[in-house]
Write a protein that binds this ligand. Structure first.
Ligand SMILES: [Zn+2]
Length: 265
């Protein structure tokens, strides 16, 4: 009988804690939404002026995009190394992460608390080639020159921001497992069934629009696939239709379909 009562008390406590944490969470989101409401126009101006993807979203999706951008921005500490800080920098970097995870439930890339913004290409570790960006256990690193060119230049698929966020997304799901998105981690197995043979053929010398760098290793294959998915979706779908379809399923969004939609003003 006593054991039963203890169980009952424990069960009640757990239920109460669950209820309270849900309540606190709802309260915090409401508070954040209110703060965001005061800054929404500011975020809108910066994002819509620089990220074409955003301007093809519906008004409801645009609001979701901006609120996520706001939350992401405030969850990170941005460090500026040898570069003059501009207010749009953290907003645009956050927006690129949000674009990648727009179709997913989890979008904080929560393991990464620090984002480092450098000016140009830089040297890292023992590598002889300069880096445009990288991700390691200390944070996400981006060079602003390359980042900005990546979001502005429509003819070039290279988008270092998207590339590094793709590494970061895989990192939180599969390395630290600190922010597993159930859909993403389950669907990644199916993606790999399609992607691995293409990657292996590239390692044997086969060429396609992903380019030689994607054959370096499977991590780079993934990051370049993400860049190309957003940067050159029409050609991607045409040349590698199965891989494109697997990406659509995995990220739960379709850039080709999105291109056919009118631009919101
Ligand atoms: Zn990479």
């Amino acid at each position: 009988m006593e054991v039963f009562l203890i169980y009952l008390a424990l069960f009640g406590t757990v239920l109460l804690l669950k209820f309270l944490s849900g309540y606190v969470y709802a309260y915090l989101i409401k508070k954040r939404k209110k703060e965001f409401g005061q800054q929404q126009d500011y975020y809108f101006r910066i994002v819509s002026g620089n990220i074409r993807y955003f301007n093809r979203l519906s008004p409801v999706e645009q609001e979701k995009f901006l609120f996520r951008t706001y939350l992401f921005h405030h969850q990170k500490k941005f460090h500026y190394v040898g570069v003059t800080t501009q207010p749009e920098m953290p907003v645009l970097i956050s927006a690129v992460a949000v674009q990648l995870t727009m179709g997913l439930e989890r979008f904080s890339l929560n393991y990464f608390k620090d984002i480092y913004v450098l000016k140009h290409d830089y040297h890292y570790g023992y590598y002889s080639l300069p880096f445009m960006g990288h991700v390691d256990n200390s944070g996400i690193y981006l060079s602003w020159d390359n980042f900005y060119q990546g979001i502005k230049n429509s003819s070039d698929v290279s988008n270092v921001g998207m590339h590094e966020m793709a590494h970061a997304l895989a990192y939180v799901n599969f390395v630290t497992k600190t922010e597993e998105d159930r859909h993403f981690s389950q669907e990644f197995r199916y993606f790999s069934k399609v992607a691995r043979p293409i990657f292996q053929a590239m390692q044997r010398g086969q060429r396609n629009l992903l380019g030689d760098y994607a054959a370096t290793n499977y991590h780079e294959f993934w990051a370049v696939s993400v860049e190309t998915f957003f940067g050159n979706p029409v050609r991607f779908q045409h040349q590698l239709p199965e891989l494109y379809a697997a990406m659509v399923k995995l990220l739960n969004q379709d850039p080709v379909a999105q291109l056919k939609r009118p631009v919101e003003s």
